[in-house]
Design a protein around this ligand. Structure first.
Ligand SMILES: Cc1cc2nc3c(=O)[nH]c(=O)nc-3n(C[C@H](O)[C@H](O)[C@H](O)COP(=O)(O)O)c2cc1C
Ligand code: SF4
Ligand code: SF4
Length: 307
């Protein structure tokens, strides 16, 4: 298919961002993406310009972003998308509203989290090479948080959303779409697994559509937003008794994972590993923590909170 080029750029000032956007548009960019905060930018700048003073921005000050969007929108004719970072995890609604007020055409979420640290245990050196040895955290570890941020944005404003953060599989892409994303981005998976991972995700997405008998993702976009609205409307009663998992014996492969993780000896398996034996929950012992459900590889265990 035809490629779309999104130019991701930011200057030191809103005026400089607008100048860069004009140059990007002239060079053929189809869209401008304005990153708002990089959690390890201080580290990058002090690595590039030793001795440079690091002015960490105030995360609650939306005015530089708003000013940059205003100037870029006035200077170019292509859509302008504002990209949030993991630093806004707790104030994502305020930023979403601010991005909408600024007049952006879309919002992307999110950039990296951090600053993050990893240590080489042979030398004690930070694994990264900057002055403090810190960097940005991306990849699968951040997806549960970025996904929740995307859902919050979808529940707050009505701009198109680019969901990005930790996508490795087609299932991850579908989760972002269900959270309300219009487009989904992938970065780290291609670095770690090689660029062929991008085409693998796309072909697995086609398989998903076929399996679900769907022509496109439109009917499932924002499905989780609807599900949460339903939960609110149903006013579900609080769970006061331990919710003992239900067992679907026909799906169980007797892998013993549920028994291994249960700290309350509340799971019994009759027969040896792989025997096709039966799993039995012991309700008197079960505290309903759900760990066994989380580790079951075949969805043979289920805790039904909402029907
Ligand atoms: C090496 C590297 C460089 C990146 N550079 C930028 C950048 O210049 N601008 C930006 O907005 N995001 C940048 N990102 C963030 C990614 O675009 C993406 O938002 C983030 O990595 C989360 O997605 P992922 O888990 O699929 O990687 C970079 C990420 C990595 C790993
Ligand atoms: S829900 Fe928790 S306590 Fe109950 S069987 Fe599963 S792991 Fe054990
Ligand atoms: S984890 Fe799932 S598949 Fe494995 S024994 Fe338990 S119920 Fe069966």
């Amino acid at each position: 298919g035809e490629s779309v080029v999104i130019a991701n750029l930011a200057g030191f000032t809103p005026e400089e961002s607008a100048e860069l956007a004009v140059r990007a548009e002239k060079s053929g960019a189809d869209m401008i993406m304005l990153p708002t905060h990089c959690p390890h930018m201080g580290e990058i700048l002090s690595a590039m310009f030793p001795g440079m003073e690091n002015h960490e921005p105030k995360l609650t000050d939306l005015s530089p972003m708003k000013q940059a969007v205003k100037l870029i929108k006035a200077a170019v004719n292509i859509p302008v998308v504002v990209k949030l970072s993991g630093s806004f995890s707790n104030i994502v609604k305020e930023w979403a509203i601010g991005v909408k007020e600024a007049g952006a055409d879309g919002i992307a979420c999110s950039d990296a989290f951090g600053p993050a640290l990893a240590i080489d245990t042979n030398t004690g050196q930070p694994k990264l090479g900057g002055p403090r040895g810190v960097g940005g955290l991306t990849g699968p570890a951040i997806m549960p948080i970025t996904l929740r941020m995307v859902l919050e944005i979808a529940m707050t404003i009505d701009l198109p959303i680019i969901g990005v953060g930790g996508v490795t599989t087609a299932d991850d892409v579908v989760q972002y779409i269900m959270a309300g994303a219009t487009l989904v981005g992938v970065c780290t998976a291609g670095h770690i697994k090689g660029v062929k991972q991008y085409s693998k995700i796309i072909s697995d997405l086609e398989k998903y559509l076929n399996r679900k008998n769907l022509d496109s993702f439109n009917s499932i976009r924002g499905l989780t937003v609807k599900r949460i609205e339903e939960r609110k409307a149903n006013k579900q009663a609080a769970v006061t008794e331990p919710l003992v998992p239900d067992v679907r014996q026909e799906l169980c492969i007797s892998c013993y994972k549920c028994m291994d993780v249960c700290a309350y000896d509340a799971v019994e398996i009759i027969g040896g590993p792989g025997s096709g034996g039966k799993v039995k929950m012991i309700p008197d012992r079960c505290i309903g923590c759900g760990l066994c459900v989380s580790v079951c590889p075949t969805d043979a265990l289920e805790q039904v909170y909402y029907s």
